[in-house]
Design a protein around this ligand. Structure first.
Ligand SMILES: [Zn+2]
Length: 112
């Protein structure tokens, strides 16, 4: 009976790393099992890990530096108009054009 209550407490405690992992777009079930088996390690792991970046762009130091080619799925530069991997034309997305225009406006304000 005491063994069963120990398992019950472990199952409840495992919800903590599972909830943290879930908030960082990781598997709730996977981290629940991880926490159930190795609670202290799973808790620390869930706390220190970072959420995965969006699959269609790469982020370094908070700055988006690349995006995914829609044809070959390789990461190419944000401003590229031709993919260097497959050679196909990749239209610049409206977001990056808007960001560049905004950045240029900020530079103009600083210079004037
Ligand atoms: Zn490509």
């Amino acid at each position: 009976m005491e063994y069963l209550s120990l398992l019950f407490v472990a199952a409840i405690l495992a919800l903590i790393p599972a909830a943290i992992a879930s908030s960082k777009n990781r598997s709730f079930g996977g981290f629940w099992l991880y926490g159930f088996l190795l609670f202290p390690i799973a808790l620390i792991h869930a706390c220190i890990m970072e959420a995965p970046v969006a699959s269609d762009s790469t982020v370094r130091h908070g700055i988006i530096t690349g995006r995914k080619c829609p044809f070959c799925a390789e990461i190419i530069k944000l401003d590229a108009i031709v993919c260097r991997f497959c050679g196909r034309d990749v239209p610049k997305d409206a977001d990056s054009i808007a960001r560049n225009a905004e950045y240029i406006e900020q530079l103009k304000v600083r210079l004037l």
